[in-house]
Write a protein that binds this ligand. Structure first.
Ligand SMILES: C[S@@+](CC[C@H](N)C(=O)[O-])C[C@H]1O[C@@H](n2cnc3c(N)ncnc32)[C@H](O)[C@@H]1O
Length: 183
């Protein structure tokens, strides 16, 4: 579902990024499995909160920031204006080419997507991974039914669970972080 944020929402997110950037977003980016030369997708990048920390870990790779919202993507362009290894893509997961990414990550995105849309989004994300590629998500644990749907759809699409942990995130509460490998 397409949704454009208000200016206030973008402002408040920027404020949260300034206050909690390291403890929330950098902490997640630091756990992503990068060597530095990967092709990586930030699905639902928002204003680039995680991308800001992920891009600097890819000196010889490339980060694609994808968002369905023009306004969030413009805010992301602003956050990442100093990086040369980032490209911006506005639209849906269906735009993605098959087997083009080594790592795909989703940070607080999938829980907001309806079940019927997830049935399109998750296969598109898994197809966009190269064989051996890695999918990582971090989503709030509050909606356990949604988490079950996400996990079910990912495993239906030939991804093998590798790691799983629960973290307590400042302000946001408990979140589930799962890592999957594409066979
Ligand atoms: C809660 S925000 C999280 C943004 C960022 N990942 C973060 O953690 O700060 C969710 C983002 O996902 C985007 N989004 C929602 N559904 C989407 C879809 N089907 N395809 C691409 N982006 C989507 C929204 O526009 C929004 O920017």
């Amino acid at each position: 579902m397409k949704y454009e944020p208000t200016r206030l929402e973008i402002f408040l997110t920027r404020l949260a990024f300034l206050l909690y950037g390291k403890s929330v977003y950098q902490a997640f980016a630091d756990c992503l499995p990068f060597n530095g030369n990967e092709q990586v997708l930030d699905f639902g990048c928002g204003m680039g909160t995680v991308a800001y920390y992920a891009a600097r870990k890819l000196p010889n790779g490339q980060l694609t920031c994808l968002d369905i919202s023009e306004r969030w993507l413009n805010a992301c362009r602003k956050t990442l204006r100093r990086y040369r290894n980032v490209i911006f893509l506005k639209g849906e997961s269906q735009l993605l080419a098959n087997e083009s990414f080594d790592v795909v990550y989703c940070h607080f995105v999938l829980h907001d997507i309806s079940d019927s849309e997830l049935e399109r989004v998750i296969p598109a994300l898994t197809k966009s991974l190269k064989p051996g590629g890695v999918l990582v998500f971090r989503e709030p644990l509050s909606n356990t039914k949604k988490i079950s749907v996400i996990k079910y759809l990912i495993e239906q699409n030939r991804l093998i669970p590798k790691n799983s942990r629960i973290t307590d995130i400042p302000v946001m509460g408990n979140a589930l972080e799962n890592v999957y490998i594409k066979q």
